[in-house]
Design a protein around this ligand. Structure first.
Ligand SMILES: Cc1cc2nc3c(=O)[nH]c(=O)nc-3n(C[C@H](O)[C@H](O)[C@H](O)COP(=O)(O)OP(=O)(O)OC[C@H]3O[C@@H](n4cnc5c(N)ncnc54)[C@H](O)[C@@H]3O)c2cc1C
Length: 272
């Protein structure tokens, strides 16, 4: 849709060109959400594309993903063979209601900053133990665990004007084994529950990440693979009644049921 309150588009080549944040400014990534609904309080869009950040970079430590990397670029990424959990990149890239246009235009950072419970890139980054680099408008860059970023439905820790610059996925997480379960009430629709588990190849650990079913990501970390009962009790303790996300894409009891069901399937799959 046309955003008829917008009177200016800035195309900086460096984020430093925006030293001061004003009411009515908005960062523009793929624009797939920004242009989907009226933005009556926004008069200036600041296009992130003109910053030309390299989308993906493999390093000895893992994978560096620019916030401006598109979901299409991430989905097509060819990972090193040792990164056994890399198929999660593709699985999560398909875990959202996505037209051809959204696939090619929506960015990883835009998806994360939207902070929807069903944000597929959020599920991915938390499951793979990502760290975000945030650029405040004033002050030094700060780093934050992906798990800490989303604080509620459509809520996150970003201060006004603060920019999500990049996401780091550590090689130690990419080299783990994984299991993935997702359900949506409609074919290719919004996730009702997306649950992922990972385990190191050389240790007995187990990491379970619950997203979409809950208002924000919940992660359970075990030093040893838990029994079915211990896993159930850990979910009981970690997820409170008010954490289950009730919306048209599934009631809270339904999402709760899926979470327990998938968590146990994942535990059994990764026990092998
Ligand atoms: C109707 C609808 C339903 C959707 N359903 C789902 C769903 O079920 N699951 C799912 O995962 N996604 C869903 N999405 C999200 C969508 O698929 C895109 O991932 C999302 O819109 C963000 O993509 P974008 O790059 O176009 O961001 P934009 O639309 O450009 O920006 C989104 C918001 O993030 C801010 N922003 C963007 N980048 C940054 C940055 N680097 N730093 C700080 N702020 C930033 C913008 O200012 C804006 O407020 C839905 C979107 C719509 C419109």
């Amino acid at each position: 849709m046309n955003l008829n309150t917008v009177t200016e588009i800035k195309r900086p080549i460096s984020a430093d060109e925006i030293p001061e944040w004003r009411a009515g400014y908005a960062w523009l990534a793929g624009g797939t959400w920004l242009f989907s609904t009226p933005q009556i309080d926004t008069h200036t869009l600041i296009d992130l594309e003109s910053l030309h950040w390299p989308a993906l970079k493999v390093t000895a430590d893992g994978l560096e993903i620019a916030a401006t990397c598109t979901i299409a670029e991430l989905e097509q990424f060819q990972a090193p063979a040792a990164w056994t959990s890399a198929p999660l990149l593709k699985l999560c890239s398909h875990a959202l209601l996505m037209s051809f246009k959204i696939y090619n235009a929506a960015t990883v950072g835009g998806n994360i900053c939207m902070s929807l419970p069903a944000g597929a890139m959020i599920s991915l980054m938390v499951s793979l133990e990502g760290t975000y680099t945030l650029w405040p408008r004033s002050g030094r860059p700060r780093k934050l665990a992906a798990l800490e970023f989303v604080t509620g439905n459509h809520k996150n820790v970003l201060e006004p004007g603060e920019l999500l610059r990049s996401i780091h996925l550590p090689a130690s997480a990419l080299e783990k084994r994984f299991a993935f379960r997702r359900n949506s009430l409609t074919h290719l629709g919004r996730s009702a529950a997306l649950v992922a588990g990972t385990r190191s190849k050389t240790r007995d650990d187990f990491l379970l990440t619950v997203t979409a079913a809950t208002v924000k990501p919940i992660q359970l970390r075990f030093d040893r693979l838990p029994s079915a009962g211990a896993l159930q009790r850990a979910i009981d303790a970690a997820i409170h009644d008010t954490d289950w996300f009730d919306d048209v894409h599934g009631s809270a009891p339904y999402k709760r049921h899926l979470t327990y069901y998938y968590a146990e399937q994942i535990r059994v799959e990764l026990a092998q």
